[in-house]
Ligand binder design. Structure first.
Ligand SMILES: NC(=O)c1ccc[n+]([C@@H]2O[C@H](COP(=O)([O-])OP(=O)(O)OC[C@H]3O[C@@H](n4cnc5c(N)ncnc54)[C@H](O)[C@@H]3O)[C@@H](O)[C@H]2O)c1
Length: 340
């Protein structure tokens, strides 16, 4: 198959592109390699993708550019016929969206519209895109289920991601474009994001500096290991979204439809307290953290917990990597990559 992976210089896009090439698919990547975080890390991921393509003997092409540039996206689709589009490029980060909403409008709304339009005109067999557990916002019914409404986002980031799901539905309905939205729950692992807790804590702890612990570490997250996310993305993309014959407008379930549209949670399904996550990191690093206890941050969600039954039923896959094994793999990568 030929797959377009957007955001392939990013954490998740890099891993997905790599996995697709390792199974023999050809990949086109697009990413503007923006400086939201260290671009050297993004460039290193891109180099490893070039290497993977050589090792596997598969076709790989990389376009350096902005998905908000409609001409560029059109040019990309004019040169290829994609069997799958896996759209992972976005402005990520919950807290950053409080001060920088424009970046989210550009990448997550304009960029997403361009991807929908391109897939529509190219008759793409399946568009798979990243959503987030953050769409559950003010919901407190646990675990978070796709069958519950997600209409009270607590940050602008979550609002743009929820908008993507609604935009996707309109294209699935109007143009019969099969779309699958995947709500990722706090992803971590090797080649991770420097703006996320595990990466930040590791850097600070190895430097002997205190780590900021919000809400005394009492909130919980459904931390999900990157390999489990990749497996879920690849399996979900192989299983093309279809209309749900049982869907009824009388009782409109939010995550399916009479159009080829669906939404799945992808999470570990076993939330851990932030304090437990820090303890596992201390063990893996052999360093005791100095903790700077701080109040809850504006826009933060207290707990997240994924109900993964719909995903399991559809693609017969359930993430299962525990935080101990996942954190150990992250620390091994970090020490090797940064030579510490
Ligand atoms: N990592 C997580 O825990 C998590 C959780 C929920 C959802 N997500 C979503 O998963 C996707 C991937 O996240 P990630 O953690 O790999 O983030 P990331 O920031 O590492 O990757 C995103 C990539 O997209 C690129 N990009 C951003 N805007 C672009 C634009 N306008 N044009 C071209 N490229 C652009 C960036 O340069 C970056 O390389 C995102 O859609 C994110 O919102 C991630």
């Amino acid at each position: 198959m030929k797959c377009l992976v957007t955001g392939n210089a990013g954490f998740i896009g890099f891993h997905v592109a790599k996995r697709l090439m390792e199974r023999g698919d050809s990949v086109v990547g697009i990413d503007n390699v923006n400086d939201y975080y260290d671009t050297a890390l993004k460039e290193a991921r891109l180099q490893l993708l070039e290497q993977t393509a050589r090792d596997q003997g598969v076709e790989y092409e990389f376009l350096r550019g902005n998905i908000a540039d409609k001409g560029l996206v059109e040019q990309c689709f004019a040169g290829h016929r994609f069997d799958r589009v896996i759209h992972l490029a976005a402005q990520a980060g919950v807290r950053h969206s409080i001060e920088h909403p424009d970046a989210y409008v550009e990448s997550n709304l304009v960029g997403f519209t361009n991807m929908l339009e391109a897939c529509r005109h190219a008759d793409t067999p399946h568009l798979v895109y990243a959503s987030t557990s953050s769409v559950y916002g003010a919901n407190s019914k646990m675990p978070f289920s796709e069958n519950d409404g997600a209409d009270h986002p607590l940050q602008f980031y979550a609002a743009t991601k929820r908008a993507n799901e609604l935009m996707a539905h309109s294209y699935s309905h109007l143009f019969r474009l099969p779309t699958t939205g995947l709500r990722f729950f706090t992803v971590y692992g090797p080649w991770g994001r420097p703006d996320m807790a595990l990466f930040k804590f590791t850097r600070l702890m190895l430097a002997g500096e205190p780590i900021p612990v919000f809400n005394r570490g009492h909130h919980s997250r459904d931390f999900t290991f990157i390999d489990d996310i990749v497996e879920g993305v690849v399996k979900a993309s192989d299983d093309i979204a279809r209309p749900d014959p049982d869907w009824s407008g009388e009782q409109p379930l939010p995550a399916t439809g009479s159009a080829p549209f669906r939404i799945f949670n992808i999470g570990n399904g076993k939330p851990a307290l932030l304090s437990e996550y820090i303890e596992e990191l201390e063990k893996a690093l052999g360093v005791e953290a100095k903790k700077d206890y701080l109040p809850m941050q504006q826009g933060d969600i207290l707990d997240t917990h994924a109900d993964t039954r719909r995903l399991e039923n559809a693609i017969h896959y359930k993430p299962d990597t525990g935080i101990r094994a996942g954190i150990e793999q992250f620390v091994a990568w970090y020490r090797d990559y940064y030579r510490v």
